[in-house]
Design a protein around this ligand. Structure first.
Ligand SMILES: *Cc1c(COP(=O)(O)O)cnc(C)c1O
Length: 424
């Protein structure tokens, strides 16, 4: 009956249906494991809400300076507890993940200090923050902050080279958990733990930060639980559960969060001011749903990985690899497939499904990029989305889905469109 309905509504042919549905069935045991992960993360989140005695009046919004905004303070306490931090900053005035990470780096690093990335070059937008790309004013380089990085070795942190690269100027070491636009596996919590313990043993004063974007709730533990000092991320990815309207978070050691707060507002003011414009309820409802929604996104990524491997394409991570983010990179080998992939995802979206995406010259990229994003929250990538820079080896990056069923349909659509256009 499902098959007939898909034919009636979406004209999905039998072969496309069969390969996706069969793959779905084969993933049952993996999905069972994910349900356990979801349960653990769900009760962890729920407990934080209860411990902080969230109540209906906390959702009221304040005005002006926002002194004594109880909802804001409880929201930050809940994030603090979920991520096992000493303190957290969660604000709608943090515009994005990049903004959160930039605030953190600027708050910690002073002229003469060095930042060392130990997971290869950082995500594109962070390269602009550091001053490696573009010429934006107020980048770290302009403030006399030095930068260096260590490439990954065999998909893991090259700890020997990291230790060799640490000199007295290195104040902060940074780990990017997710793949971003690179072709590598995410760095698992186990791997983060190993690296941090070796670094801290030799250099206890070095601050270890983690770009936690796309990583939240993909494992049972988060980076602060294995010895990292501070994490930052975006609320329109995993921890916003598809509900948060905007914003970013930073969580970690008290002194670090204090510095970040004094950078976000003003020295002497810190966390005490800044209203939330009535967003507290959305932010918290999103956090409550985040373990569920992240699991839907994980299942979706695994489905795409399994189906495309069967069709003969390499995916990163491979279906058998341990996951620590929600991304599925698919090496599609030519431009036509990347374009068709993104268009099929767009067709499966809940908003703007009638819009046809085209490759365009995105600022900060040398090659054209095509993007599929039809989401309730503009640009949200915990909702179903895909993008691909049009360059060798022609990779489509798939992520998100608020419901796994939507990803099932999207996957059938991609396969169906590929078949119709003789792309497989
Ligand atoms: C998305 C992302 C960022 C930046 O987040 P924005 O919200 O898009 O600014 C940084 N690092 C990684 C690994 C990301 O995935």
């Amino acid at each position: 009956m499902i098959k007939d309905k898909l034919k009636e509504l979406y004209d999905i042919d039998d072969e496309s249906y069969d390969i996706v549905i069969k793959s779905n069935e084969e993933l049952e045991s993996k999905f069972k494991k994910l349900e356990q992960l979801e349960f653990i993360n769900q009760i962890k989140v729920l407990k934080a809400f209860q411990d902080n005695k969230l109540q209906a009046t906390d959702f009221a919004s304040t005005t002006g300076y926002g002194y004594g905004d109880v909802g804001r303070d409880k929201c930050e306490a809940i994030f603090r507890d979920v991520f096992k931090a000493e303190d957290a900053l969660v604000r709608p005035s943090i515009a994005s993940g990049t903004h959160a990470l930039s605030l953190l780096m600027k708050a910690v690093l002073l002229p003469g200090d060095k930042l060392l990335y130990i997971t290869g070059l950082p995500y594109d937008t962070i390269q602009e923050v550091i001053g490696l790309q573009g010429n934006a004013p107020c980048n770290l380089r302009e403030y006399g902050i030095d930068f260096d990085y260590v490439e990954l070795k065999d998909n893991d942190i090259d700890i020997e080279s990291v230790i060799n690269k640490i000199d007295p100027k290195v104040k902060m070491v940074s780990i990017q958990r997710s793949t971003g636009y690179s072709l590598r596996n995410a760095i698992s919590i186990d791997k983060i733990e190993k690296a941090v313990s070796i670094i801290k043993q030799k250099y206890p004063d070095i601050i270890v930060m983690v770009d936690n974007c796309y990583g939240e709730f993909t494992e049972e533990k988060e980076p602060l639980e294995v010895g990292c000092d501070v994490i930052a991320g975006s609320l329109i990815k995993n921890p916003g559960g598809g509900i948060a309207l905007s914003g970013g978070y930073i969580a970690g050691k008290r002194e670090i969060i204090d510095r970040v707060a004094n950078t976000l507002t003003a020295p002497g003011i810190g966390k005490e001011v800044g209203i939330t414009f009535g967003t507290t309820r959305n932010t918290l409802q999103g956090l409550f749903l985040a373990p569920k929604v992240t699991t839907e996104a994980l299942k979706s990524a695994i489905l795409f990985s399994h189906v495309f491997k069967k069709l003969g394409f390499k995916t990163i991570p491979d279906i058998s690899d341990k996951r620590s983010d929600i991304i599925c990179a698919i090496v599609l080998e030519n431009e036509e497939r990347v374009i068709e992939f993104c268009r099929s995802i767009q067709e499966s979206s809940v908003v703007d499904s009638h819009v046809v995406p085209y490759p365009w010259d995105m600022p900060g990229y040398d090659d054209k990029v095509i993007m599929a994003s039809g989401s309730f929250i503009d640009g949200s990538s915990i909702e179903i989305s895909a993008d691909g820079p049009l360059r060798e080896p022609y990779v489509a990056y798939y992520q998100g889905a608020l419901t796994y069923n939507q990803a099932l349909l999207a996957c059938m659509k991609v396969v169906n469109n590929f078949r119709r256009k003789n792309l497989i």
